[in-house]
Design a protein around this ligand. Structure first.
Ligand code: ATR
Length: 285
């Protein structure tokens, strides 16, 4: 039963823009399912107001927050304690108060790994070679996760070579920068292909790849989840390859924040996934 003397814990997602965020749907589902008092809202905060907003987070009644584009990097410098992962990423997406201090973590890394663990168990057994498309913030989380799981070679395919070289400098020689023109040459030795670019996302140009050269055992993963079945995943399925879509990364990255704010560890269930799938399909119709 709710104690009337205790305020209802409240968290939010901070971004700009933020109206598109599906995080309220995820946390709302868990609050209802676990029958917990709590609230999760959107806060559209312009970059110039971020520092002031974070400084007043507790005053505003928040026990913590998620943080999305364009604030993930800036918010790291505003937290009092940052996790090792957040520091390695140079970015945070989850904030909470602990012993009076504002803590920051980056849950994109465990979110990425948990999605593959759930949808393709044993995916990391090979400890072999991955090919990662894109070299932005999402690629950084993916590479960090792949190295943690023992991948020994990561071909990093990007248009802007400076960004690939920066990731190689951050993560070491296992990361091998590679132009798009060399993709066909690295595919035959690829165990896992991951798209982290915005190509193939609804409203963006398509990602058109010839997947013939991939081994029959390769796994193809797209972190894009709108649409759920991207052109890359369709092409991989047509080629008979195993695939994992990006929705689970969104769901799993939300778990640690919920546990910090509302005190219970939520589950990523098929019912939650189905709710999000319906919403994504409705938006696309
Ligand atoms: P995030 O932080 O979500 O990863 P980002 O930093 O904007 O987003 O990165 C987007 C990625 O998609 C980048 O790797 C970008 O390539 P560049 O670094 O060369 O810009 C890639 N990308 C976006 N549009 C692209 C396009 N038309 N062709 C090739 N790559 C593209």
């Amino acid at each position: 039963m709710t104690d009337p003397a205790r305020p209802v814990p409240k968290a939010c997602i901070i971004g700009h823009p933020v109206a598109h965020s599906r995080s309220p749907m995820v946390h709302g589902f868990w609050l209802k399912e676990l029958d917990l008092p709590g609230d999760y809202t959107r806060e559209d905060v312009r970059p110039e107001n971020l520092a002031r907003f974070i400084a007043s987070l507790r005053e505003r009644g928040y026990v913590g927050a998620n943080v999305t584009v364009p604030h993930k990097e800036a918010v790291l410098g505003l937290a009092e304690v940052a996790s090792e992962t957040a520091r390695a990423m140079g970015a945070a997406n989850t904030l909470w108060f602990e012993n009076g201090l504002l803590h920051a973590d980056n849950t994109d890394v465990p979110g990425f790994l948990a999605n593959l663990d759930e949808r393709a168990p044993g995916w990391d057994r090979s400890g072999g070679t991955a090919t990662v498309l894109g070299a932005g913030g999402a690629a950084r989380a993916v590479i960090y996760g792949l190295l943690a799981r023992g991948f020994s070679t990561i071909h990093l395919v990007n248009r802007n070579e400076d960004r690939s070289l920066a990731l190689q400098a951050a993560f070491g020689p296992a990361v091998k920068p590679c132009g798009w023109d060399r993709l066909a040459a690295v595919l035959p030795a690829t165990d896992l292909l991951v798209n982290t670019t915005s190509l193939g996302m609804s409203g963006q140009p398509p990602l058109v790849l010839d997947l013939k050269a991939l081994p029959d055992t390769a796994l193809v993963h797209d972190i894009v989840y709108i649409p759920l079945t991207t052109g890359l995943l369709s092409a991989a399925r047509a080629r008979g390859l195993a695939t994992v879509d990006g929705l689970g990364m969104l769901l799993h990255q939300a778990v640690p924040g919920f546990a910090h704010w509302f005190g219970r560890m939520p589950m990523v269930t098929e019912d939650l996934r189905a709710l999000l799938v319906r919403d994504i399909e409705r938006a696309a119709a």
